[in-house]
Design a protein around this ligand. Structure first.
Ligand SMILES: NC(=O)c1ccc[n+]([C@@H]2O[C@H](COP(=O)([O-])OP(=O)(O)OC[C@H]3O[C@@H](n4cnc5c(N)ncnc54)[C@H](O)[C@@H]3O)[C@@H](O)[C@H]2O)c1
Ligand SMILES: C[C@@H](O)[C@H](N)C(=O)O
Length: 387
């Protein structure tokens, strides 16, 4: 359904692109450090295997050598965040040193842009073979079932988020990997302090997603203390991206509204207009991930950190988008499941420890987020129409 008269739409888009491109801001990356610490202990027995996987470093010559750079495996890499992270890590470490994996078939542009492999994190033996045969040294564990989907399929969420996590931690320990597991604002609950939420406080989430992420934080930290696993974890806010879709979470509205604003000029919001949540633009999130992965171990006072950028309500976001697209019309059809989840989540994360220990600094605030998202989506749509 469209709210703009069709004859006005293309002219509006052209004006919007020009206006946004004029205001676009460039953001630079950060410095490079890397290395892997030795580990001392394996936690599951190793059995022999006959199945062979190709070594991507050999089949696709790279400009970077394996001795200079870590060899990274990203699980659940076809979700909202994985492809962007692979792009960032490949720029830093070389295309063939970063392997994306998932249980879904990749789109052509992903398949042709670097190594991709099937990996089901519930298949321990298959995961171990991939790690061994590709000489993996860093593992970024993105596979998950997010908050809203988790409430509709608790069994799947338990399997992927808890059993899958156990496989990841055991394999990482067994093979001396550095492992990054994202946590979330969803790891807190209604009894946590909400504005701002400190790194250390009561964590009693009321979703299976949140429970599984608290479990991941605690298991990772336990493996770090008990076995020396190089476990690193960030609690991400809701992440906002232009060219990848969210995977069934509570913060999804803050991505969907941008596409609707540009395409139809109408949006139906599934959270109340005053629901304040912490949010972050994807570039900040992925840069933070690279930065904590590269941080020297002795700078990490803890292994799980909050990171914060901005907080807003649907009302705040709509007002900011309407500065560029004044005709955007928003209606509300509140989803009781998502609303109940959001009502128990932090409004802002307290992240001074990340800023102090490894130099975390966000670059995008609400105004820049809106400019950047509308620019990406509008230019992307225009390119798609041109071809
Ligand atoms: N996107 C956000 O706003 C956000 C915020 C906080 C934390 N996180 C965390 O960041 C990580 C990545 O998030 P995302 O938004 O890309 O998630 P997503 O839901 O978009 O993608 C998850 C991916 O996991 C894959 N997967 C599911 N079951 C699997 C299995 N058995 N084996 C292998 N892969 C499997 C799915 O196919 C999917 O591609 C997750 O751990 C999530 O909890 C995300
Ligand atoms: C916040 C985050 O974990 C995810 N976007 C969700 O809403 O479930």
């Amino acid at each position: 359904m469209c709210c703009f008269p069709s004859h006005c739409r293309s002219m509006r888009r052209t004006m919007l692109v020009m206006q946004l491109l004029r205001g676009a801001v460039e953001h630079a990356g950060s410095s490079s450090r890397c290395g892997v610490e030795p580990l001392i202990s394996a936690v599951r027995g190793i059995s022999s295997s006959s199945q062979q996987f190709s070594n991507f470093g050999r089949t696709h010559p790279s400009s970077c050598t394996d001795t200079d750079h870590p060899k990274v495996l990203i699980t659940g890499g076809l979700g909202q965040l994985g492809v962007g992270l692979a792009k960032l890590l490949r720029r830093r470490f070389g295309k063939n040193n970063v392997i994306l994996s998932d249980i879904r078939k990749p789109p052509n542009h992903v398949y042709h842009n670097g190594p991709f492999i099937f990996s089901d994190i519930l298949d321990y033996k298959n995961l171990r073979e991939i790690v061994v045969n590709n000489n993996i040294s860093w593992l970024v564990h993105y596979s998950a079932v997010l908050s809203a989907v988790g409430e509709s399929n608790v069994t799947l969420a338990k399997e992927v988020n808890i059993t899958g996590l156990h496989n990841i931690l055991d394999i990482a320990t067994e093979h001396g990997l550095r492992v990054f597991v994202p946590s979330t604002i969803g790891a807190f609950g209604p009894s946590s302090p909400r504005d701002p939420t400190p790194d250390l406080c009561v964590q009693r989430p009321q979703t299976i997603y949140g429970v599984s992420k608290v479990h991941a934080e605690l298991m990772g930290e336990y493996y770090h203390h008990r076995y020396g696993l190089d476990f690193r974890c960030l609690r991400y806010p809701g992440i906002i991206s232009a060219d990848s879709q969210p995977g069934g979470g509570t913060t999804d509205y803050a991505v969907q509204i941008f596409h609707a604003a540009v395409k139809t000029g109408c949006f139906e919001c599934n959270l109340r207009s005053d629901t304040r949540l912490p949010m972050m633009y994807i570039d900040d999130c992925l840069r933070a991930t690279l930065e904590i992965l590269e941080a020297p171990a002795d700078t990490l006072v803890r292994r799980t950190y909050n990171i914060n950028a901005m907080s807003f309500t649907p009302h705040d976001l709509i007002q900011e988008i309407q500065k560029v697209l004044p005709d955007l019309k928003v209606t509300y059809n509140v989803d009781p499941v998502r609303q109940a989840i959001a009502d128990g989540w932090p409004m802002a994360l307290e992240d001074s420890a990340a800023r102090r220990d490894w130099g975390w600094k966000h670059e995008y605030d609400l105004q820049e987020l809106v400019q950047t998202m509308l620019t990406h989506i509008t230019t992307g749509n225009q390119l798609a129409q041109a071809y």
